[in-house]
Design a protein around this ligand. Structure first.
Ligand code: NAD
Length: 291
């Protein structure tokens, strides 16, 4: 690493709080080194109220770009100069590219990472009926990307908690921006009868809630009876690595049972390409950091 750093090394970073647990510095620095790119990636703990200071600093330092995690994703979308169509619709960004003149463009690669990971598992969302559980950050990015990428229908289910209104907004935004989508709508997750019926008519079930994530690792987001062989099941949760939902989907013989760590990998691959114009050495990164 020391041999790579010189007077021309370009800075990339992750901002948010906390960031100490992040695997991004290891993944990006490994890829920079592997591809001989004179750049370095750090993680900076930035609380929400310091978001603008961080962006000013990146401009001052002529950084090449940065990734964003909670709680700064929405604030950054409001501070950058331009937004990609997905970031604009989501109202948040996780990747910002900085031009030589300091212009910042915000992107959202969580949704593209999710879609790409599904494709890697043989599931194409184009023309498919999707049931999406969740209306938080991950779910919104997935709903938007699925709509942009040609899903036929998206049925969103969420508990009537503080996230529900965000789901209603997402539905409205998608209807307006992607009129070509057949149907997008939202319903209460507690309406089990409707949930069961709609999953029965759908191709893909996605869990983008915290159900299944430690300490909710024993929580199944849907009744087990909905799992069937011609249903593809995907979970965004990657802690634990195999969630209860993914395990049950495998046991039920679902045609795909996809965990969340691939989404994490592919959103990083997409960001790396936006930063460098190059493809991350995916196979090596997967082997080294995602086993
Ligand atoms: P968030 O706080 O924005 O949203 C939380 C969502 O979970 C809401 O829809 C809420 O209603 C729902 N929820 C909470 N507790 C629930 C319960 N007991 N039952 C049913 N629903 C419940 O969170 P987020 O940032 O969207 O993250 C959600 C999950 O996705 C987390 O496990 C996170 O680690 C994961 N995630 C994964 C990736 C990836 O790359 N794989 C990326 C982002 C987030």
């Amino acid at each position: 690493m020391e041999r790579r750093i010189d007077g021309h090394t370009k800075l990339y970073a992750l901002i948010g709080s906390p960031v100490g647990h992040s695997g991004s510095p290891a993944m990006y620095n490994y890829s920079f080194e592997k591809l001989g790119i004179n750049s370095a990636y750090l993680a900076f703990d930035v609380p929400l109220e310091k978001t603008k200071d961080a962006l000013d600093a990146f401009r001052t330092f002529h950084a090449g770009g940065f990734n964003v995690t909670m709680p700064c994703k929405t604030a950054v979308a409001q501070l950058v100069d331009r937004l990609s169509p997905a970031a604009e619709l989501v109202g948040a960004c996780n990747t910002v590219v900085i031009e030589e003149d300091g212009t910042m463009t915000g992107h959202m690669t969580d949704g593209t990472g999710f879609v790409r990971n599904l494709l890697e598992h043989g599931v194409d969302i184009k023309g498919k009926k999707i049931v999406l559980l969740g209306t938080g950050g991950a779910a919104t990015a997935i709903a938007v990307q699925a709509a942009l990428d040609g899903a036929a229908e998206i049925a969103i289910f969420n508990r009537k908690d503080e996230f529900y209104a965000n789901g209603e907004k997402t539905v409205e935004k998608i209807r307006k921006a992607v009129p070509s989508i057949g149907k997008v709508w939202i319903e209460d997750l507690d309406n089990e009868e409707m949930l069961t019926r709609v999953i029965g008519e759908s191709d893909i079930l996605v869990n983008a809630t915290r159900a299944g994530m430690s300490p909710l690792e024993n929580v199944m987001p849907v009744p087990e009876k909905v799992l069937r062989s011609d249903l593809a099941v995907a979970d965004v949760v990657y802690n634990p690595k195999e969630t209860l939902l993914v395990r049950k989907a495998k046991e039920a013989g679902c045609k795909a049972a996809v965990g969340g760590s691939g989404m994490l990998l592919w959103q990083g691959v997409a960001a790396f390409e936006l930063f460098t114009g190059k493809e991350m050495p995916v196979e090596e990164v997967k082997e080294k950091f995602f086993q």
